[in-house]
Write a protein that binds this ligand. Sequence first.
Ligand SMILES: [Zn+2]
Length: 487
Amino acid sequence: MNIHIPQFLTRKGIFSLLVLLCTLCSAKGYSENFTQENVKKANEIITKIVNAYGGQERLSQLDGILLEYDVININAQQSKATVAPWDRSKGKQVNALSFSKKIAYNESLDTSGGHNIHLATMIKNGKTKQVDHRRQTVAVGVSGNFASVAGPVVRIVSTLLAKQLLIHSTSTRYLGKQKIHGQKTDIISFDMDMGPALTLYINREGYILKSERIIGPFLVEYFFADHRQHQGLYYPHKSWSVINEAPSQEFYISSIDFDYDPARRTKTPSHYRIIDPPPPPQRKVTELAKNVYWVTDGGANNLFIKSGQEVIAVGGSLDSDKRFHALQNRIGKLSLRHAIITHHHSDHVSGVAGLVAEGATIYTVKEHAKIIKNASAHKKPTMVFVNKKMRLQNISTPIDIYDIGPTPHSEHYLLVHLPEHGIIFEADHFLIPGSGPMPPVTDNVRALVSAIKELKINVKTIASAHAAVLASFDDLLISHRTKEKRK
Ligand SMILES: [Zn+2]
């Protein structure tokens, strides 16, 4: 999946945190005068920003908005290869908003990494719907609120950030100065009602050149450039996101309307099938077969095979160790012996450090050794390299590991098969939906089906690294023969 989970905060992130902390600490220690000075300075900058983007009156009036983007997905740490140059793929995004009617619409089309995803999330009258245009389904009753759908729309347009500043001027603080792309900027931070606090970098003309926020181990930066005028407002024609210093996405505005009724976007075609919402994320232990356990966690899962008092883990996504602990809570204390990592993508190695800390030997391919070592937070993690095929035996049930790469997703990719039970663990090749019909075929599905056929292995059950539900081999074959319908 297109998720970037880094191992550590970067230098830049730590610097930004220090700027924030120092400013907050010193603000506390100083007299009230300092705080007043700080608020005054922050408000001067807000005035400059508001004037640059079209003035207070125009920004206050701004309500119905449509933004269409050409997107370039860069997929740093999510490419087929382990090093740059990263794979680049074209995508599309459509956002529409009304603050007064509390309508938000967020649509994206993404074909990176061998996937083919065309989803839309919308909220209207307090109800969130998720539309899958490839499956032609509408899931109603999905959890979410206006802020959760509108937040991602607002954060990538500096014009809308300027509008937010009008509302949140009392929470705005001045943090200092820094150069961004050779331009002097003033730094302010403010609390937005849609997500965590944002730090903004503003140039001499009052344009926001960068926004920044920290979410757990992520430093997420958005850069804004090429400000242009439209309907009495200024907007950034180009913007791009960087996550922990790795390029993530580039956005180019293809169409913009600051006088739009977003209700037009929230109608779904009448022939689309209404399906149940996907199950809510929760940590759950399921016994799939004797000694075989499936631990799901709302988008990040592991398979565990018990052999005596030892366990072999399959999958390396974030919190793999916590899922191992959940297994121990269920069936008693055990020791973790081995962990098999499917591939090198950041979201599939972010649990490696936890697995190594539990004492696991890591099974991977030689080509991923460097990434595994970096992810392990250990000088010399014990690694075993799989060369095409390996069988783990003298355990409660044999485990076969196959390198089925190259696939459209990864140059090397380890598929794990339990031949006695017909169970496979797969990551990112078959996106099993939480509810409703199977998705139309993708390049990744084709690669997985042809690998299973070539290996002539028996498959009954498919456990996936991201999906909270299991699929059967028939489900995979249905997806394989389903062509996308024309809209
Ligand atoms: Zn992946």
